[in-house]
Design a protein around this ligand. Sequence first.
Ligand SMILES: [Ca+2]
Ligand SMILES: [Ca+2]
Ligand SMILES: [Ca+2]
Length: 293
Amino acid sequence: MALRLGASYEKLFLFLFLLLISYSILPINVFSNGKHYRKIKDIVPQQLINDGSFPPPSDPPDGKLEKYAVCIGVTEYAGSSLSFSDDDALSWRDYLEEHGYEVIYLIGYVTSYDVDMTLRTLLSKEDGDDWVAIIYAGHGYYDVDSGVSAIVLSDNVCLTEEYFDDFDDSLDSDHVFYFFDACYMGGMRILGDKTTRYVALASDEYHLAYEDPELGHGVFTHYFLIDGIIRRGYVYMEDAFNNAFYWCTTSQWSMYPVEADGNPSTYFTLYEISGGEHGYPEIDALAFGELND
Ligand SMILES: [Ca+2]
Ligand SMILES: [Ca+2]
Ligand SMILES: [Ca+2]
């Protein structure tokens, strides 16, 4: 009897020992209540790029509305890799392609050079009456010293809010959507300082953003795109944001999404709407901005 009891204690100790080892070996973000968060753990990015040196706007309206998007979903990092940021980018790609966008997408191992070249390609395509969407899912970083938010790429280089602000100044488009699903994105709200911009961010400067294996997506992307736009049929980004804000702040996640709505008196859509779809006031195609009473 004593012998058998001793054997089971040994097994118990062995089990606890193995459990302890696995906790110390596996990336810690796997065990933060089952949440995977989107900040680089214990790694200081090696470089912050603030200056994109983008050319000035150069392509006037050509009378034809074309829509262009860049969808970035980074999963591979030197530190803590992510599982679903590529799925976020691909879901956005599919949705935007359905609505007439020409999409360039970058997923998996994506360097700062890849992103920079892709943004320059986009600038050469879009003109003054085209629409643009920029989507990012991956790790985020907040540089305390300079007070800027930044996205982190696979080469451990960061592109900051100032870099994206440079990019934004280079756009000809008068209708631009930004979506960042990452930790510490708050600084990117500066991209919403023009009336022709709408910016949706998964976090402010201080909060984390998460991804969830049960959702198979970033939490913010899930409640904004999958649940808000696709499932509930929201066509206004303001509505999709409110949906995401509600679920991200009242659920288990304790996230704090931020929007920067360049024009609070008008609704922002990703495609031209004619007729009162979804019970909303009718909006003229192309004259998408003003709400009819
Ligand atoms: Ca055009
Ligand atoms: Ca251009
Ligand atoms: Ca608005």
